[in-house]
Design a protein around this ligand. Structure first.
Ligand code: GDP
Length: 413
């Protein structure tokens, strides 16, 4: 009787201890996911673990990879064998592979163009002699890397590679990848952090680059994470732009502040900032007219808009993001230079990367401007906006394909 009672007690204690150990182990296993940016609210890992968690979110929001960018946890594991990968919950691990894969698909044109040419060069030449170097230079220039950045990369390759490595295509390719990662790692990167309530983001750029679409995508992403978003139709010159923003607003359930056609964009921005404050919004996204960067008065006007926003809310705008169309190559770089002179830019959104085989422009932007690329646009749908993280991007660009017809296999993968 007594022995039986002791046995039962021991079993109960064992069960309790096992449960406690399991309970403690869980957070450790979820560690990498919990490092994701808090700006996006609930743990970004959640949708992958518990699919379709939100009922309030609009259609796009549910399928959007909004919190998909759990970069700090994803990128390193994709590049180097990371011990933590083996203990990560399967859903998180699968999600990181899926993310790289979808980014890779979005970059298919560049992988099939610029990167495929690089791969072929390294396959066909067993050493980096002067003729191979010349071909490498041509490919980079064709790929929109730009003359300055191309020269800088070639110089660093020569410096960093030893004599033996110059005869090893894999070593050259790996050095190129490392160089790309170094260039693309610019301080201040990552997605918009909701550091203030409301956090005010001013979107600038020339006509047609994708400002309004990017605002819609960002609104979708933050609204899906239960953030209150307000949109400001600051492009008061084009009725179509206002309508476009209103469509996005309806879709994501975000209030849109607009003025009369031709109204002073500064006044609209001021009203929108005041409204976002009163409404307790988390995020205000302000659209602006497509400044012709070569016309000084228009640049002056956007500077005025910026000042007016600051009058409505101290410290705002918290972010000024320049939207650039990747398909415009070096022209985009010129635009960026002009905007940077006029405004205190906090980041670049590089849109339409899906539509170019010359994705090398991202290297030129990061190298020459040293302004962080914060997001890349890989299509027109809400879910086609990706937070930019150098490691993840380099892996998707240079890394091996996953056998799903998404591009070439780079030499040193
Ligand atoms: P805005 O004048 O700067 O506001 O530009 P819009 O947002 O109106 O975008 C111009 C066009 O570019 C629209 O047809 C968008 O659908 C398209 N667009 C925007 N971003 C992307 C992208 O990342 N990829 C592709 N393929 N198209 C895009």
């Amino acid at each position: 009787m007594t022995i039986a009672a002791i046995a039962v007690a021991l079993v109960i204690i064992a069960v309790i201890v096992a449960a406690l150990v399991r309970g403690k182990g869980t957070p450790a296993l979820q560690g990498p996911a919990s490092k994701a940016p808090s700006a996006l609210g609930p743990s970004p890992a959640r949708p992958a673990v518990v699919p379709s968690s939100g009922t309030a979110a609009p259609r796009e929001a549910v399928s959007a990879p909004a919190p998909a960018d759990a970069p700090e946890s994803l990128a390193p594991s994709a590049l180097v064998p990371d011990q933590s990968v083996s203990v990560a919950p399967p859903a998180v691990e699968a999600r990181s592979a899926k993310d790289i894969s979808s980014l890779r698909k979005g970059l298919a044109a560049t992988r099939g163009g610029f990167i495929a040419k690089l791969s072929a060069l390294f396959r066909q030449n067993s050493e980096l002699d002067s003729s191979t170097l010349q071909q490498l230079e041509e490919i980079m220039l064709e790929g929109d890397v730009g003359p300055k950045t191309t020269q800088a990369i070639l110089l660093r390759l020569r410096e960093s590679l030893g004599r033996a490595d110059l005869r090893n295509p894999d070593a050259i390719s790996l050095a190129l990848r490392a160089e790309a990662r170094r260039i693309l790692t610019v301080p201040g990167g990552g997605g918009i952090r909701l550091s203030s309530k409301p956090t005010v983001v001013l979107m600038v750029g020339v006509n047609g680059v994708g400002k309004t679409t990017t605002i819609g995508k960002l609104a979708t992403r933050y609204a899906a994470n239960n953030k209150k978003v307000v949109l400001a139709a600051g492009d008061t010159f084009r009725a179509a732009a206002v309508q476009q923003l209103e469509v996005w607003g309806k879709r994501v359930g975000a209030e849109v502040v607009r003025g009369k056609e031709g109204a002073d964009p500064g006044a609209v921005a001021f009203d929108a900032t005041s409204r976002a404050k009163d409404a307790g919004a988390d995020l205000l996204l302000i659209d602006t007219a497509g400044r012709l960067h070569t016309k000084a008065p228009l640049m002056d006007e956007i500077k005025k808009v910026r000042k007016t926003i600051a009058k409505a809310l101290d410290g705002a705008p918290h972010e000024t993001l320049l939207v650039l169309d990747a398909t415009t190559g070096q022209n985009g770089l010129q635009q960026a230079t002009m905007f940077r002179e006029a405004l205190d830019l906090t980041g670049v959104v590089l849109t339409k990367l899906d539509g170019t085989a010359k994705g090398g422009v991202v290297l030129a932007i990061s190298d020459e401007l040293r302004i962080p690329v914060r997001y890349v646009g890989l299509g027109e749908r809400a879910e086609d906006l990706r937070e930019f993280h150098a490691d993840e991007f380099v892996e998707a660009l240079f890394g091996p394909g996953d056998g799903q017809g998404d591009g070439p296999i780079a030499a040193a993968s």
